[in-house]
Design a binder for this molecule. Structure first.
Ligand code: MTE
Ligand code: CO
Length: 390
């Protein structure tokens, strides 16, 4: 900075006068200077804001935890408003004892805390046909990662006693869309959670208050919000959201279905179109997120030259299964154009594919499960654009 900078040489107002007292904001909000850090929707994407989607501002965040007020929202019938005193969870079907739980009942079971990402299967869906949306908020922002507090679903199913013929579970939401999905009983008994807290406080209304299902590593649509009913059956139900939606029509006319696991994926969140390089050449922090529905992330490679050469990024912070991982590559930018990409590899050895490899395997009809490598072009002025390289 230049000598004589008034921010150094002169006393500023915030240094001269006392600020606001402790009772001004009983529930705190971010600084007024962070007003740009908000969820955003894309108006032309959906017909109506009630059955719609907004996106997490990934380009503004760091670490692996998404603040509650910035978790993307996807609902098919608006946000249900439910007094927890009026909420019930019913378990019935192929069980020894059908049960109804109040919220108070649920809070008397042993509970666990676990960090998981939730990614909508449609995340990146617009990008199947080529680079569309200018910002990782829009290309990758149908994801969040929080610490959930809840009761392992296994405990509730044990209480009801699942009959040996019970092989599937139907989870239903209490909202106007009555979201319903079939889940294999093995997954339900493995790591599913009936959650009532996120990041330490009660679920936000838009995330399913007072109760949601967590289906770790699996597509977001199965994480039923405002969870009211669990039915045990011997076969999947073929509900709307697992037939006409959340299946992938392949080139030959057959459809992939039961594509539950979210594939290994990553994206550079900064620099990115909404987070250009404004400081000129010299030290540049390249930062991003990686995740896999199969486990932890073992390695992230980053290229600054469109894939000709790759460097291993530094993963920093906790490495938890089925959670976001934060990576960095600290470079010395010479001011020339960059083609930035990241490629994640998980602990099963699964490698994030190129978009063209995905298209070759799945054809041109797909919307869901796009885990292709993202490219950002950085020009000499630091302006960043969504592009594709072949
Ligand atoms: N559950 C209910 N009851 N109603 C819904 O509309 N949307 C699903 C799922 N669970 C939905 C629901 C979809 S498609 C996704 S991606 C996730 O919730 C989104 O969770 P979030 O709004 O907490 O981000
Ligand atoms: Co979804």
């Amino acid at each position: 900075r230049a000598a004589g900078d008034p921010l150094i040489t002169e006393i500023q107002d915030w240094n001269r006068y006392p600020g606001e007292g402790v009772d001004v904001a009983p529930y705190g909000t971010p600084s007024e200077f962070e007003a740009n850090v908000v969820r955003r929707s894309v108006p032309w994407l959906t017909a109506d804001p009630v059955s719609s989607i907004n996106f997490t501002p990934l380009h503004e965040l760091d670490g692996i935890i998404t603040p509650n007020g910035l978790c993307f929202e996807r609902h098919h019938g608006g946000t249900a408003t439910i007094d927890p005193a009026d909420h019930r969870l019913m378990i019935h079907g192929l069980v020894d004892t059908p049960l109804v739980f109040t919220m108070e009942d649920l809070k008397r079971f042993p509970r666990e805390n676990r960090v998981y990402f939730l990614e909508c299967a449609a995340n990146g869906g617009m990008e199947w046909k080529g680079a569309q949306l200018n910002g990782c908020q829009f290309t990758h922002g149908m994801i969040h990662c929080v610490v959930y507090t809840g009761v392992p679903l296994r405990y509730l199913l044990e209480e009801a006693g699942v009959k040996t013929s019970g092989k599937w579970l139907l989870a239903e939401g209490a909202d106007a869309s009555a979201m319903t999905r079939s889940i294999p009983i093995d997954k339900a008994l493995d790591d599913c959670l009936v959650a009532f807290k996120m990041n330490g406080e009660s679920l936000r209304p838009e995330q399913g208050y007072p109760l949601r299902l967590c289906v770790p590593g699996w597509e977001g649509n199965m994480w039923v919000k405002w969870l009211r009913r669990l039915e045990i059956g011997d076969a999947p139900w073929a509900q709307r959201e697992e037939t006409s939606k959340y299946t992938d029509l392949l080139a030959g006319g057959k459809a992939r279905r039961h594509t539950w696991v979210m594939d290994v994926k990553s994206v550079i969140t900064s620099p990115s179109p909404q987070a250009p390089v404004t400081h000129g050449k010299g030290p540049l922090v390249i930062s991003g997120l990686a995740w896999s529905g199969s486990g932890t992330i073992k390695r992230v490679d980053v290229t600054i030259d469109g894939g000709r050469t790759w460097q291993t990024a530094r993963i920093d912070g906790p490495s938890l299964p089925k959670a976001l991982h934060r990576f960095y590559l600290d470079i010395n930018w010479d001011g020339s154009e960059l083609l930035l990409q990241s490629r994640a590899i998980d602990d099963q050895g699964l490698v994030q594919p190129t978009k063209n490899a995905l298209r070759a395997a799945r054809g041109g009809n797909s919307i869901y499960h796009n885990n292709g490598i993202q490219t950002w072009h950085v020009n000499k002025d630091g302006v960043v654009e969504n592009v594709e390289v072949s």
